[in-house]
Design a protein around this ligand. Structure first.
Ligand code: XIL
Length: 380
């Protein structure tokens, strides 16, 4: 897409930039990006709740960290609800990732059709607002198109489907995403390799074949293995460590490990355990991203549970900043108005740093305080 190779996206980008262009301090020093239409205090517009300044993205950028939020409907919402969501998103975050629109079932709806429109819109939005994009995800056992899982394939056919999907999607977004979650959740909760459509159809080597196909399609994008419940040391993290050690030792092009960090309040590994774990992966030469951070609480949330949640957010981001290979923290959403938690974990919610009305919660303040006192810089 860069350099005019994809005029379609350039047109989309131009259109989207007209429809919505938000601006943020440190990425727009010349002030060339117009102010979003409903900045708090602007006459005639409803105000959003006040937050401390500078915003999180400026604090993070000052020390070479990216802070992001996954987005889904926030990009498409119309009216005041959409304006509010996008205003807060671009004010606070300098990275984003698609919650769903780059997954197999969305982006590859029939054997011969790719649906890039929604992903392209996300990329255009991010680029217009000085945000980098983490691509998510190429190979996973969930959200696979039914034409794929419902088909009967020989091993060579399945391998060709895997490689073609990766090649097409990675090539399309070359130059527009900084990292890909190439393989997501390949390990079961006990650390064994998960039996999935891809492992069954392609065979156990599907993981390395996926990484090699991604590298062949884009020589420079960072290629990640991404999983949950591997943030602290333990059997599943040990299994991930063994798998990545093996891949690295055989020259498979893996650049990083993503720790999803979906937590229950009070149910995290300790900060020192996360630091120890991140450090051993970094010693393999891997970059570290926190990719899907949220901390769910039992509903209704209480002042006490929200304070614990704030400490939990602080510990995760602090563990990241203690390890120089950790360069990005992405939250799985940013407002309790739009989160996968309530519909996925019955009785749980309030997992994000802004409440549903964009009031900053104690978790927001904790992140702000932590980043305000961070001085050790790193290179993206
Ligand atoms: C979730 C999305 O947020 C939901 O909207 C969707 O219904 C299911 O998937 N781990 C991942 C993410 O890697 O892709 C998942 O996203 C959350 C768990």
């Amino acid at each position: 897409m860069p350099g005019g190779r994809r005029p379609l996206l350039r047109t989309r980008l131009a259109l989207l930039a007209i429809v919505w262009v938000g601006g943020c301090g440190s990425d727009d020093p010349a002030g060339t990006i117009p102010t979003p239409p409903n900045q708090p205090g602007q006459p005639g517009q409803p105000s959003l709740p006040a937050t401390p300044t500078p915003p999180l993205r400026d604090l993070a950028a000052g020390v070479g960290l990216r802070i992001g939020a996954a987005v889904d409907q926030e990009i498409r919402l119309t009216g005041q609800a959409g304006t509010n969501a996008r205003t807060v998103l671009v004010r606070e975050f300098n990275a984003t990732t698609p919650g769903n629109v780059m997954k197999h079932d969305h982006i590859h709806p029939s054997p011969t059709t790719y649906a890039f429109q929604d992903g392209d819109s996300l990329v255009a939005f991010a680029e217009a607002n000085g945000m980098v994009v983490r691509g998510h995800t190429l190979v996973w056992h969930n959200q696979l198109a039914s034409w794929l899982t419902g088909g009967t394939w020989t091993q060579p056919q399945a391998e060709s489907l895997l490689v073609t999907h990766i090649t097409t999607v990675v090539s399309h977004y070359r130059g527009h995403v900084v990292a890909w979650d190439v393989v997501n959740e390949a390990l079961a909760d006990n650390g064994a390799r998960r039996a999935t459509f891809w492992s069954n159809a392609v065979g156990p080597a599907y993981i390395e074949k996926a990484f090699r196909a991604a590298r062949a399609a884009d020589a420079t994008v960072l290629l990640f293995y991404n999983d949950y419940n591997i943030e602290g040391t333990g059997p599943k993290a040990d299994s991930a460590y063994a798998m990545l050690s093996d891949l690295k030792s055989r020259g498979v092009p893996v650049d990083g490990i993503g720790f999803q960090a979906h937590f229950q309040v009070g149910g995290l590994p300790t900060r020192s355990d996360m630091i120890a774990n991140f450090t051993r992966f970094a010693a393999l030469g891997l970059k570290i991203h926190i990719t899907e951070l949220d901390v769910r609480v039992p509903l209704p949330a209480t002042a006490v549970s929200l304070q614990t949640q704030a400490q939990n957010y602080r510990d995760v981001v602090d563990a990241c900043r203690q390890v120089s290979a950790c360069t990005m923290v992405v939250l799985w959403g940013f407002t309790d108005a739009y989160s996968w938690v309530p519909s996925t974990f019955s009785g749980w919610g309030a997992a994000l740093p802004f409440d549903a009305s964009y009031n900053p919660k104690p978790a927001y303040q904790a992140l702000h305080d932590l980043l305000s006192t961070t001085t050790q810089s790193r290179a993206w």
